[in-house]
Design a protein around this ligand. Structure first.
Ligand SMILES: [Zn+2]
Ligand SMILES: [Zn+2]
Length: 268
């Protein structure tokens, strides 16, 4: 950027002004916060937790599709969101990787065992990986006693697996929006960023699909500051890239939000 660091700094501070952010509404009886009381992680709590941080040797986010499906804007969205290189691995052949599967005893739907996938991802973690996320449109289960699970992570090992099987028709805008939102949320956990209770934010916990659909796709100022501390990007440049990606993907509400924020900081 041509602007000096002082200008960048003040624009970034502008983004941390909570004016444009909505406080968390009071949770309904079935919502996450009504069932999982969380006190919230401040920026200082976050730094004190000594979170995993990308560095010169661990600088890349890997996405490992399990099976073949259209990722839509997921790679470029993830790249813009974290301002880090994202590599999509060739789709995994489930048989040769020896991933256990079953037919769900109630629905007959095919499901993959998450613990096998996490073991595979741990073994395959490339040397330059900050983290690796398995993604699939096949349903998941964590243990034979369970019906299903949306995903599972081993944060210390920097691997996780997430299913989009319950997000509606593959290839629709709604499906891409949900998959981008879940990867932004889950990858943020890989950075040690916990659930957000301060504002409406992509890091809000969710108990059901209606609650997760109601979350915005962006970070609140508290969590933006955490991610910026971790990755060290230019926050305005990040907003510009996310604006462009959301516009191309047809995520109109999000594109409008980034546009307003960039304008508010006088940097458009
Ligand atoms: Zn979460
Ligand atoms: Zn937040």
């Amino acid at each position: 950027m041509s602007d000096g660091p002082a200008v960048q700094r003040s624009a970034f501070e502008g983004l941390l002004v909570p004016a444009a952010f909505e406080p968390m509404p009071k949770p309904g009886p079935n919502d996450w916060l009504a069932n999982h009381p969380e006190k919230g992680q401040t920026f200082d709590d976050f730094v004190r937790s000594r979170p995993n941080k990308p560095d010169a040797r661990h600088s890349t986010i890997y996405l490992q599709p399990l099976g073949t499906f259209d990722l839509g804007p997921l790679k470029e969205f993830t790249e813009a969101f974290f301002m880090m290189p994202v590599v999509v691995q060739p789709p995994l052949d489930l048989k040769s990787a020896r991933i256990t599967s079953r037919k769900n005893p109630y629905t007959g739907q095919q499901q993959l065992l998450t613990t096998d996938i996490l073991t595979f991802l741990r073994r395959q973690l490339p040397p330059d990986a900050f983290c690796m996320l398995g993604i699939t449109t096949i349903d998941l289960y964590p243990d034979p006693a369970w019906n299903f699970v949306f995903g599972q992570a081993a944060l210390r090992d920097r691997v996780g697996v997430y299913s989009f099987a319950r997000y509606g028709g593959d290839g629709t805008k709604m499906f891409f929006q949900r998959s981008c939102r879940v990867i932004a949320h889950e990858t943020s956990h890989m950075f040690g960023i916990e659930h957000c209770v301060f504002y409406r934010c992509v890091l809000n916990g969710s108990n059901h699909l209606a609650e997760s659909d109601a979350r915005p796709m962006h970070l609140c100022p508290v969590d933006l500051r955490k991610l910026q501390w971790s990755v060290g990007f230019d926050a305005i440049e990040r907003y510009r890239r996310l604006h462009a990606v959301c516009q191309r993907a047809g995520f109109n509400e999000e594109a409008g939000w980034y546009e307003r924020e960039i304008r508010r900081c006088g940097k458009s």
